[in-house]
Design a protein around this ligand. Structure first.
Ligand SMILES: Cc1cn([C@@H]2O[C@H](COP(=O)(O)OP(=O)(O)OP(=O)(O)O)[C@@H](O)[C@H]2O)c(=O)[nH]c1=O
Length: 562
């Protein structure tokens, strides 16, 4: 049986599942979908470190799998299917992405990491709508992801090996199959079970509704409670299906996603209202409204809401208000916004932090991004307020501002250092292990700030001596970021200006989050200086880590591929 308001939307289309996974095939055929299976030849080798989040990686892999199949099929007989579905499932724990194990030892390493702990399973999905005209292939991509938390019991070595010897782990992300023997390893699951198995059917159906049945104005009016999103339910689709016209032609839905105008007739009706309105531009509205979400997060951080709730939560709004010395009504509203943003949870006992907030938004802790948030609130926010004049007058306008007084610039530097320290603590391990640097015995981290990356490099490579080279006024404050008496082995700090002073000798130069701060000519100058310091065999990297981390006022992030 097919639930026609959802899966039924695909019944008259040629649908291809770009996946070799027997589980995905089973989930979708049991839902009543009719499709062909064309496994993708896309090699799952994207650079994980280049993605801001694990799910961004899974989505991109899913998309590439589907795009490969769509273009291969189009090339073959110049007729692509109507819809191609790609998916990618990954397991993540402690910042690591686990895919299918390479061999039994690899499976053992994965399962030991998961043993006794909770991890996330993400499936990225891409739904590609194809349209071939005059031999040209046009594709519209709709993508999403789903996260499920899975907790493993404490498992004995014997059990792990017996499970590995069963052969089940080998074609499964994270080295287990929750739907079969692997179910015995699992203590509990939070979220969509099928998402773990390989395909988030529920979210997929909601996407179909969103794509094919944007709600009509009448439907929206019928929804009584404004907090129920109109397109988020299957029921809306059923209602619309009965009235029929509400479910517009497929391209309209798809175009709605891509932001183009739908193909159908439009134009104002006699009352000046649009008769057949285009799909609601929710992505655009998110962009327009986005700054409010950022500011709410900044404000809650500044008022230490997450610290209070980490220590004493759950608390009622009135108690939080008292502790942060703010109005009850304002605090209540801020807390509700944080709930809507997924930063807090609200229960009968009051407001509490989500794990994300406790880990990253409270001011203390190894993974705290509190300093990074504060920097954005106090510095980036102001700079972006001036964006228009920077665009009109050029970046020199920002550079030409009056000098601030030294104590202010000292405070600003400290805030910047705190921001970079927090962020680098989170990324350092991945940066240090993204390349095999074991052949080097000396490295210099240019602009290495508090030494958070250098420390990780020294820890990872026991033969490596690391020099942190940064401005004297930065080096002066380094000790305040480390425990008292901190004397790391094989790590030292050298004050200097990398545009003026000789660079310390090293076999390996690291430029992490540096180049994006400068205009092209300065970047060229800096790289030339590094190049002149390099002896044959010297290596400069990792520069990919600069993606998406622009803290500078105007310069766009540089995408330099090593
Ligand atoms: C955690 C878990 C994963 N899986 C399977 O793991 C593969 C992930 O790999 P993928 O790269 O996403 O897919 P694939 O199998 O290589 O297929 P393809 O789509 O062609 O890349 C998929 O099979 C999933 O079902 C299970 O069957 N049960 C579980 O509990």
């Amino acid at each position: 049986m097919v639930l026609s308001p959802v899966i039924g939307k695909l019944l008259h289309k040629r649908v291809v599942l770009a996946s070799a996974s027997p589980r995905r095939r089973e989930i979708l055929s049991q839902a009543g979908l009719r499709f062909e299976v064309v496994p993708s030849r896309f090699k799952e080798k994207l650079d994980k470190a280049a993605f801001p989040t694990p799910y961004a990686y899974a989505i991109e892999t899913a998309k590439q799998k589907a795009l490969e199949v769509a273009s291969r099929m189009h090339q073959k007989d110049l007729r692509a299917p109507d819809v191609v579905i790609g998916a990618d499932t990954i397991v993540t724990i402690g910042g690591l992405i686990l895919e299918k194990p390479a061999d039994k030892q690899d499976a053992y390493r994965m399962l030991s990491r998961l043993n006794g702990k909770e991890h996330s399973v993400f499936t990225g999905v891409a739904i590609i709508h194809c349209c071939s005209e005059d031999g040209q292939l046009d594709m519209d991509v709709c993508e999403f992801h789903e996260e499920t938390m899975v907790k493993f019991s404490e498992l004995s070595e014997d059990l792990l090996w017996e499970y590995i010897d069963s052969g089940e782990p080998m074609d499964k992300a994270g080295g287990y199959g929750i739907q079969a023997l692997g179910g015995m390893l699992v203590e509990c699951v939070r979220g969509d079970f099928l998402n773990v198995v390989g395909f988030p059917l529920n979210h997929f159906c909601k996407k179909l509704v969103e794509l094919y049945c944007p709600p009509r104005r009448e439907d929206v009016q019928r929804v009584k409670h404004e907090s129920i999103p109109a397109v988020d339910t299957f029921e809306i689709a059923s209602d619309a299906a009965q009235g029929d016209e509400g479910c517009g032609p497929s391209r309209a839905g798809v175009d709605g996603h891509s932001g183009q105008a739908p193909a159908g007739p439009q134009g104002p009706d006699t009352n000046g209202l649009v008769e057949n309105p285009p799909p609601f531009p929710s992505d655009l509205l998110d962009l327009i409204d986005g700054f409010k979400a950022s500011k709410a997060l900044f404000t809650a951080c500044k008022l230490k809401v997450f610290d209070v709730l980490k220590e004493e939560g759950p608390l009622k709004a009135v108690d939080v208000a008292r502790k942060i010395n703010a109005s009850v009504c304002g605090t209540g509203r801020l807390l509700d916004v944080c709930v809507a943003l997924g930063l807090l949870e609200k229960t009968d006992t009051g407001y509490g932090n989500t794990r994300l907030a406790s880990r990253h938004l409270a001011s203390e802790g190894a993974c705290s991004l509190h300093g990074f948030v504060a920097y954005h609130d106090e510095h980036a926010w102001t700079v972006f307020t001036d964006l228009e004049s920077a665009v009109r007058q050029g970046p020199q306008a920002a550079a030409g501002r009056p000098e601030e007084d030294p104590s202010q610039s000292r405070d600003r530097r400290l805030r910047f250092m705190r921001a970079m320290h927090g962020l680098t603590q989170l990324t350092a391990r991945q940066v240090a292990t993204a390349f095999d640097l074991s052949r080097f015995t000396s490295a210099c981290d240019l602009g290495g700030c508090t030494g958070a990356l250098a420390r990780e490099l020294a820890r990872e490579y026991p033969r490596l001596k690391v020099t942190v080279f940064d401005l004297p006024e930065v080096i002066e404050h380094v000790s305040s970021f480390h425990p008292e008496g901190w004397q790391p082995e094989r790590l030292h700090f050298v004050p200097g200006d990398f545009f003026k002073d000789d660079l310390p000798d090293a076999q390996l130069y690291v430029l992490s989050r540096i180049l994006h701060d400068w205009a092209d000519d300065r970047v060229h100058e800096l790289l030339s200086r590094v190049s002149r310091s390099c002896k044959p065999g010297t290596f400069t990297g990792p520069r990919r880590m600069m993606l998406n981390d622009d803290l500078g006022p105007v310069a766009p992030p540089q995408r330099v591929v090593t």
